[in-house]
Design a protein around this ligand. Structure first.
Ligand code: ADP
Ligand code: MG
Length: 322
């Protein structure tokens, strides 16, 4: 029901940045190589995401906006080996229940669909031209939930939350070309050529990227790799550390601690490095089904992973003449 969707919207889409996250994750799951994002007024006026992914077939379009309709999981086994970013089938119904959405989508070589929904109701549906991919515009977010609107922070804060999320998605998907426009101004543009350092450079600037060093280590269960700043570049904010676990951006305090530990206590008193850490493991070791926004994960053998990370960072830092 629309009410149930609005309730779950409270969990899944608490702010414009969460809408951006869900839409872009859908584009990624659809196998896109290019994702262009444009927001007006930090997403409160509109959020547009255009991708060149596989699109939604005409006969599945209404299904996609229904609750717990995910095309990504077919049985229980899948639930334990999740490789796509979305799997709950909650995002689209939640988003359309609290906004005015127009989506145009087509699969390769077939006529597409243009659909317009407002407050969860379909207002219009028509055949559209066939250009593979999906173009979705979310207007007037939270128009029918004024209480939620009231809780939002300043436009600046909301915009930086959006930038943050797009940066992290770009870092975890270096083979996708992302662009982000805010009121027509370009905030990010990544090449989509698989080069992590170039994405770091697009986000933090070329001078910062140049001074970051690469590290890598693996054991039977995990492979950790990435780029870290040298202590002279460190910033006193945890926000500059990104963990990408099997291509998914995650938060994990133990990993943050392990990273800082790897620097050695003397180098890092009360500070955080700039770091992008990518972790690969068998998906069976990771349980992502813990929280609706999917940023918290449970990792089996977490202690072992933390040790691998701090050792890897320590070994690399020790090679530098500091
Ligand atoms: P989930 O991602 O958890 O499956 P969503 O509510 O985010 O659920 O999306 C519902 C369904 O709509 C997806 O399973 C997918 O089939 C389809 N879909 C949504 N966005 C896109 C897109 N950009 N390209 C292709 N299919 C999409
Ligand atoms: Mg999704």
């Amino acid at each position: 029901s629309i009410l149930a969707d609005q309730i779950s919207a409270g969990e899944v889409v608490e702010r414009p940045a969460s809408v951006v996250k869900e839409l872009v994750e859908n584009s990624i799951d659809a196998g896109s190589s290019q994702v262009d994002i444009a927001v007006e007024d930090a997403g409160l006026k509109s959020i547009q995401v255009i991708d060149n992914g596989q699109g939604i077939p005409v006969d599945e379009i209404e299904m996609a906006f229904r609750r717990h309709a995910t095309s990504k999981i077919s049985d229980r086994q899948d639930l334990f080996q999740i490789v796509t970013l979305g799997f709950r089938g909650e995002a689209l119904p939640s988003i359309v229940s609290v906004s005015d959405v127009t989506m145009e989508t087509a699969i390769e070589g077939k006529a597409g669909t243009k659909i317009h929904l407002k407050g969860g109701k379909i207002l219009e549906k028509q055949v559209s031209e066939s250009r593979r991919g999906t173009n979705i515009i979310v207007n007037d977010l939270f128009f029918n939930t004024p209480a939620r609107l009231k809780y939002l922070s300043s436009v600046q804060t909301e915009l930086s939350a959006i930038t943050d999320i797009v940066n992290r998605l770009a870092l975890s998907h270096t083979d996708i070309a992302f662009s982000l426009l805010s009121n027509g101004r370009e905030l990010l543009h990544t090449p989509g050529n698989g080069n992590l350092k170039q994405v770091i450079s697009a986000i933090y600037g070329i001078n910062v990227a140049k001074q970051m060093i690469h590290f890598e280590k693996q054991n039977n269960d995990f492979k950790v790799s990435g780029y870290i700043s040298l202590p002279k570049l460190t910033r006193a904010s945890r926000n500059y550390v990104s963990f990408l676990l099997n291509g998914r951006y995650v938060r994990n305090n133990q990993l943050s601690k392990a990273l800082v530990q790897g620097y050695g206590s003397k180098l890092m008193v009360g500070r955080y490095p700039l770091a992008v850490v990518s972790i690969e493991s068998d998906p069976i070791l990771v349980d992502v089904n813990v929280h609706p926004t999917k940023q918290e994960v449970k990792i089996s053998k977490e202690q072992e992973l933390c040790e691998l990370l701090s050792k890897s960072v320590y070994a690399r830092i020790s090679q530098e003449n500091l």
